[in-house]
Write a protein that binds this ligand. Structure first.
Ligand code: GRG
Length: 303
């Protein structure tokens, strides 16, 4: 199956080449399975390698290209963001949260290993992400690098992704208004997507305040488009295509864009967020090509 239908061949080549070199990078950065504690390291590798679309790293690479960033620096921020994302998936799948058995087409970490190991996998991936940001040079200005570390910490914590997850858990079985649903997703899914864009860009030359604000707004819009598409796919696609259990939102009585507005309106909303993201990029001209294409990738994704 062509996962990238409707996207240019040039973009497909760009994305696949980054995905494959990124996989090699992850293999080298993650502790080897033979190193003690072997079971924990093996579970970390199981949870991160060989799976996922790598949307957040691709966004960091696309933003890095816009800012003419050094690829070795972008590699580090892309890895840090993906490790945080992988940790969130491992914890989200645990019985105390979403209680799922399938992720990226294979048994979830706590099913393949055990719950205590899954908890430690998430903890260790999160720590490794910040270790990487602290021990690699990301900027010639130490204060600037500190800001980048702060950015990822804020995006991941209680005022970002983890906070969004808390709202999500509290909303099961209740009615949310559209603004409440949007607030939840801006945090749960959107914060890390936004951080990926900003961190990729901040690895490069200095951007003006209005350029950074435009990139932030682009990240906000594609984060929301990503989530609306996630809700649509959860209601329409099958488990094999998704690589995770389909229909979970309805099964768990979770408010979604589809339950709130219906399928047609949800599709329209995703397209509107996508278009707003593209409008925001206009100030960058040709240098935003890959970010434009990433917005398409998010809208046209099939899993
Ligand atoms: C446990 C702190 C904590 C947070 C969890 C992000 C999240 C919060 C939970 C993931 C559950 C979920 C299905 C959220 C909807 C959007 C989302 C993040 C989907 C998964 O991201 P993809 O599609 O996954 O980029 P791949 O596998 O391609 O990397």
């Amino acid at each position: 199956m062509n996962r990238y239908k409707s996207l240019s061949i040039d973009f497909q080549i760009w994305a696949r080449s980054h995905q494959s070199s990124f996989e090699e990078l992850l293999k080298n950065i993650l502790p080897q399975s033979g190193v003690a504690p072997q079971r924990l390291h093996s579970a970390m590798r199981y949870s991160v390698l060989d799976g996922g679309k790598r949307v957040r790293p691709l966004l960091a690479f696309a933003a890095g290209e816009l800012a003419r960033a050094d690829i070795t620096r972008v590699n580090i921020v892309a890895t840090a963001v993906e490790l945080i994302h992988a940790y969130s998936l491992v914890h989200d799948d645990m019985p105390c949260m979403d209680n799922d058995v399938l992720r990226r087409g294979k048994p979830t970490c706590h099913v393949e290993y055990d719950e205590a190991t899954a908890l430690l996998v998430g903890d260790s991936l999160q720590s490794l992400a910040f270790q990487l940001l602290a021990e690699n040079k990301l900027s010639d200005d130490a204060g600037h690098q500190l800001d980048m570390i702060r950015l990822l910490a804020t995006a991941s914590g209680s005022r970002g992704m983890a906070g969004g997850q808390a709202i999500d858990l509290a909303s099961v079985g209740s009615q949310l208004s559209l603004p409440e649903l949007e607030f939840m997703h801006i945090h749960k899914t959107g914060a890390l997507i936004r951080a990926a864009v900003l961190l990729g860009a901040r690895c490069g030359g200095v951007l003006t305040g209005s350029e950074l604000a435009a990139l932030d707004h682009y990240g906000k819009c594609i984060g929301l488009a990503f989530q609306v598409m996630d809700d649509i796919l959860d209601s329409e696609a099958d488990t094999i295509t998704l690589g995770k259990t389909a229909g979970k939102d309805a099964e768990q009585d979770k408010p979604t864009y589809v339950t709130l507005r219906g399928l047609q309106a949800a599709r329209k909303m995703a397209a509107e967020f996508h278009d707003e993201a593209l409008d925001t990029l206009k100030i960058f001209g040709e240098s935003a090509l890959r970010l434009n294409e990433m917005a398409d990738f998010i809208l046209f994704r099939k899993y």
